[in-house]
Design a binder for this molecule. Structure first.
Ligand SMILES: C[S@@+](CC[C@H](N)C(=O)[O-])C[C@H]1O[C@@H](n2cnc3c(N)ncnc32)[C@H](O)[C@@H]1O
Length: 425
């Protein structure tokens, strides 16, 4: 057997997809594939029908887990669950010309989610950049439009039709060379919600983005002052950079605010100029709930319309307060009204006049007005309050105990008036 150009172990990851060696943990999924979709099994796995056969196949095909036979058969797995979703093979390796062919197959239920493009791109980047190959070939049937799109998205170029080359049918030949320039896909600005303060209330997706991003920005009031999202972000990545954001300026779009937003947008655009592909901007709570991210995204889009803007949801302060105070936010047919008190208590009073749930944000300096409004509505005794949730100095208790101004990071829940179990159904 020739010494392979492929050296292991292999584990390559993209946003949604991993390609890696098959393991015994894949046995269950493999058995399901054998039962339901045997046509997607690569030839080398024909006859591998159960865990025992897989164990044997693994010892024969991946000795020591380090060296592979001349052709290489990898598992395509979903990155979130590590479940086997298909197979990818690099085969027909020709070490005289440094070429090989690539093929893949995905389970029917997972198609159209980007796994094929990511797997193909990962495998070819690796074969061409790390394994010394110069050309990877890919052949598809002439009517397989989806496969041709995937090939092009993964950087392959169409060469022409090979007549009768695939079981008497015509095939389209695509190739990618080590010297081809392959577009890297769009640059991304991602607003990542990191929850109210507790580093454990950060989603798995947020942690992955914080760790994978080329640049992570956290908004702060002043360059030397720790940001509200910063302590959470630093629990998950060391690469947080502060960006001054004039968070507490009042009175609409003040010149100070506008200048800070523009400066932050310029900072993001510079990061892209220097080669960053993904810039993350971390915000407390959720990036689509009263978050500064919205203003940053508008500035970045104005400077560079091709930037793809995305958000990752985060746990909001009201959800955290509900959990920490044992308060149900909504039952049955109840509504929840979220009111910021920046501009006064009128909206809050109007919401309290209903029997529904009311949540107040941004009332730090207006705590006594809030208490007065609750008293007037006869709802003070039901209301709960939480300051600095999940952060040092956290304070959770009945709103009736409030006395004087409270921190900016304070949230209040007035639960809907309820009559008994299921009363609001
Ligand atoms: C600019 S808004 C940001 C909201 C955030 N994006 C969210 O999804 O919860 C700031 C307000 O959120 C609430 N808040 C955010 N984090 C909090 C925390 N750790 N404790 C209490 N309230 C918090 C407060 O009402 C604060 O005035």
């Amino acid at each position: 057997m020739n010494e392979s150009v492929f050296q292991g172990p292999v584990r390559l990851t993209a946003e949604r997809t991993v390609i890696r060696q098959l393991t015994l943990d894949d046995a269950e999924a493999l058995v399901a594939i054998v039962r339901e979709e045997p046509e997607i099994l690569p030839q080398t796995l024909q006859g591998v029908h159960d865990a025992e056969a897989l164990a044997h196949w693994l010892t024969v095909s991946v000795p020591n887990g380090q060296r592979f036979a001349v052709s290489l058969h990898l598992a395509i797995a979903d990155r979130g669950t590590d479940t086997l979703v298909g197979f990818l093979g690099l085969f027909k390796v020709d070490t005289t010309h440094d070429t090989c062919e690539v093929g893949y197959a995905l389970r029917a239920g997972v198609r159209g989610r980007g796994h094929a493009t990511e797997a193909l791109r990962l495998a070819c980047d690796w074969a061409l950049n790390d394994c010394g190959l110069h050309r990877v070939e890919l052949r598809t049937l002439t009517d397989n439009i989806a496969s041709m799109r995937v090939a092009e998205k993964a950087g392959f170029r169409r060469e022409g039709v090979q007549r009768g080359a695939g079981r008497h049918q015509d095939l389209v030949m695509f190739s990618r060379l080590a010297t081809d320039a392959v577009a890297d896909g769009p640059v991304r600005l991602v607003g990542v919600g990191v929850g109210p303060g507790d580093p454990e209330l950060v989603t798995v997706k947020a942690v992955r983005l914080l760790q994978e991003a080329d640049v992570v920005l956290v908004p702060v009031l002043a360059p030397d002052e720790p940001g509200r999202a910063e302590s959470v972000v630093r629990e998950h990545t060391a690469k947080a950079e502060r960006v001054v954001f004039a968070l507490n300026d009042r009175g609409g779009v003040t010149p100070k605010r506008a200048a800070a937003w523009d400066a932050a947008a310029t900072r993001v655009l510079e990061a892209f100029e220097k080669g960053a592909r993904t810039v993350v901007f971390a915000t407390i709570g959720d990036p689509n709930v009263y978050s500064t991210f919205t203003y940053l995204a508008q500035g970045v889009r104005a400077g560079r319309p091709d930037v793809v803007v995305e958000t990752v949801p985060g746990v909001t302060a009201m959800q955290d307060l509900a959990a920490r105070s044992g308060t149900v936010l909504a039952e049955g047919s109840e509504s929840v009204t979220l009111v910021p008190l920046t501009a006064g208590t009128d909206g809050f009073r109007a919401a309290l006049a209903t029997d529904e749930t009311v949540v107040a944000y941004k009332f730090g300096s207006r705590a006594s007005e809030v208490v007065a409004a609750l008293k007037d509505a006869g709802r003070l005794d039901d209301a709960v309050y939480g300051a600095r949730l999940g952060l040092p100095g956290e304070d959770v208790g009945p709103a009736a105990a409030l006395d004087g101004p409270v921190p900016y990071l304070s949230t209040l829940i007035v639960p809907g008036r309820r009559t008994g179990r299921g009363g609001k159904l």
